[in-house]
Ligand binder design. Sequence first.
Ligand code: SAH
Length: 348
Amino acid sequence: MKLLIDELETNKILSKEGFVQLIIGRTPELTQYLFEKSRKIRQKYYQKDVYIRGLIEFTNYCKNDCYYCGIRRSNRNISRYRLTKEQILQSCETGYHLGFRTFVLQGGEDNTYDDDKICDMVYSIKQKYPDCAVTLSLGEKSYKSYLSYYQAGADRYLLRHETASEEHYKKLHPSELSLENRKQCLWNLKKIGYQVGTGFMVGSPYQTPEDLAEDLLFIHKLQPEMVGIGPFIPHQDTPFAKERGDNGELTLFLLAILRLMLPSVLLPATTALGTIDSRGREKGILAGANVVMPNLSPINVREKYLLYDNKICTGDEAAECRHCLQQRMQSIGYHVVVNRGDFKPLGE
Ligand code: SAH
């Protein structure tokens, strides 16, 4: 098995069978072997730096009905909100003073924000904070829409493919959503010139090791600049309320595999990981992650953007989160840096 890890380090890829074998055959000893390598590679490119992104969850309205997601349109148990442009700019202002140089606008798929509104928000943020990057995470849009956001100044786009297996995709989504379109969106984003992030949930219902291997192969093909993975956590008001969560250990293992596959990738230790394990984000960094994405949304809406149960930090002010993370990173010998935290192409 160590040979498989060595092979992955050298070739940056394994066969589907190789990935399956590695995932099924993982042991604590093997995991340590893998983490030593992933940490070393991470440090080669990013030293002990941790990049921070200020996450602004600007709407919890969504026209989609993904079975796993707490803000799906069929959930009648949440109170819906939209942030105004002024509220978003205010969050950026708070964030800027706290040292954030990347703002991530994330939301459900909410057509109330048409392309003009999105472009205006992006443009206004970039005007006011020219030294900052703007990342969008708004779901599936047309090529034309993505292009207009890019031309308005957006730098990056996050769109997890969720699962690269057709069959599995159908078990997580209603029939009006297709894996084909999701993948096409990712290729479009790449073509336009965004720094692109994709990813998947670990341990989502019906997921098999073969599905995970497909995810890794798809990611290798796409060669994204960012990969977001986090444990699936059930949400009480979704069809998956009674499904199992708790996949922290496997998430860490996959983070490390991703670091070997894409040595300089921007890899967040996600909030979901911090939710199922109080030291999850620290463990993520030690497994090879180099990004954390604390919440910058106004405090009065945080309880309303619950994709899954028990989400952490919903009651904390942005400044508290910022300082808490700084301390957490210092406790493991890493430090938060104040810069845009762009992707470093291999060899730099
Ligand atoms: N509407 C945007 C943003 C989605 S929310 C889009 O379509 O991209 C961001 C991510 O949260 C999703 O891509 C999904 O992978 C994750 N997520 C949703 N529900 C979750 C759950 N129950 N547990 C863990 N992660 C979840």
